[in-house]
Design a protein around this ligand. Structure first.
Ligand SMILES: *Cc1c(COP(=O)(O)O)cnc(C)c1O
Length: 360
């Protein structure tokens, strides 16, 4: 078999470890593992099959839920965007998916539906994020309607989403928690509030269900903390190989645009990965890369299939050496900072040509 140059190793033991770590932080909560966007780029089915202990999964869209059912995933599955018409609602019923109801038009569709089997629904309150969710003044009426609705498994569950939980100094989160707590007080049914940052930083956000995404993949949701500090281990390690090495002279310009000019005689290496694989085109010169486990710097612009490295401090490097872009030994959070982005984006953007290689 041909070993692909650029590949993403998936440490499934780390994934299982991170789930257990989250359970220890939220011991009284059930865990809805968020695996939207192809499991944050790791592979939704691979992640779901590895997380046999997850109590439920969450995806963004109904087709993502259908794909998990067709792959035989048995756990409960919530669909964060729910449905926008009766056909999509019917899919939820047929595939036993649990829509989030966030807009009054969805309540209308449920009331006029004729389903063989009622659906479990999560009614979403907009507690301050101002994206999806019902305004507080219509939440009660929609809840009352769903509580009478034949198409709905009783009682409906309740959900909200935190906008700023990664900023532990921001008073907005307490306001969101108060608003949600006040609205749902006295109503029957399970509740869910916290994403990764919410469950790690806000004890009051732990409800019957927590909804970790990023933390499961071993990445910190906080700008000033490392995943290691929260006891999380990276799941994805993005790797490739050195395919060329050569000596350049002081004054030589490297790559497209010639932005990088060698200040000294430079041993330059070319690694087989680029933005066509999802490596960020905006990674600055100086972004760390591991060669033979040693840190070297990216120099020059990222190309579609290649990056160029300064190997002057790693003179023993040879063509064929393993190159790590992020993951084991090099946190993706750090690469995101060097590329003016967030780790979520880097993980999601790994393209299909990068083979995912799970290891147990
Ligand atoms: C994506 C998402 C999550 C998970 O967020 P993380 O920050 O990755 O933990 C939880 N809830 C909702 C509604 C989401 O859209």
């Amino acid at each position: 078999m041909i070993q692909p140059a650029a590949h993403a190793l998936l440490d499934l033991q780390a994934l299982i470890h991170n789930l257990a770590k989250i359970r220890s932080v939220a011991p009284r909560s059930k865990i809805m593992a968020v695996i939207k966007a192809n499991g944050y780029g790791h592979g939704a089915v691979t992640v779901a099959r590895a997380l046999v202990d997850a109590d439920a999964f969450a995806v963004a869209r109904v087709d993502e839920g259908v794909a998990l059912r067709e792959a035989g995933i048995p756990q409960r599955i919530a669909v964060l965007q729910g449905f926008i018409n009766s056909e999509e609602l019917a899919l939820h019923s047929v595939y036993d998916l649990e829509p989030i109801v966030h807009c009054p038009s969805q309540v209308d569709i449920l009331e006029s539906a004729n389903l063989d089997k009622p659906v479990k629904v999560w009614l979403k309150l907009d507690s301050g994020m101002h994206r999806l969710g019902l305004n507080a003044d219509v939440f009660d009426a929609c809840h009352a309607r769903l509580s009478q609705c034949r198409a709905v498994h009783q009682p409906p569950f309740m959900i909200t989403h935190l906008a700023n939980a990664d900023n532990v100094a921001d008073p907005v989160t307490e306001r969101q928690l108060d608003l949600f707590g006040g609205r749902v007080a006295g109503l029957p049914g399970e509740r869910s509030i916290a994403n990764s940052a919410g469950l790690l930083a806000w004890e009051n956000a732990l409800a019957e269900w927590v909804r970790p995404g990023l933390a499961l993949y071993g990445v910190s949701p906080f700008p000033n903390r490392t995943a290691e500090q929260d006891g999380l281990k990276p799941v994805m390690t993005l790797r490739t190989r050195l395919i060329a090495i050569k000596q350049l002279n002081a004054g030589d310009a490297v790559g497209y645009g010639g932005d990088w000019v060698c200040q000294r005689p430079t041993l330059m290496g070319v690694a087989a990965i680029g933005y066509g694989d999802g490596y960020p085109r905006h990674a600055h010169s100086g972004t760390p890369v591991l060669v033979r486990g040693q840190r070297v710097s990216l120099i020059g612009r990222v190309s579609m299939d290649m990056i160029t490295l300064d190997l002057s401090d790693c003179p023993s490097a040879e063509v064929g050496d393993e190159v790590t872009l992020w993951g084991d030994g090099l946190p993706v959070e750090e690469i995101a900072q060097h590329a003016d982005t967030i780790p979520y984006v880097l993980l999601c953007n790994v393209t299909p040509r990068v083979k995912r290689i799970p290891k147990l």
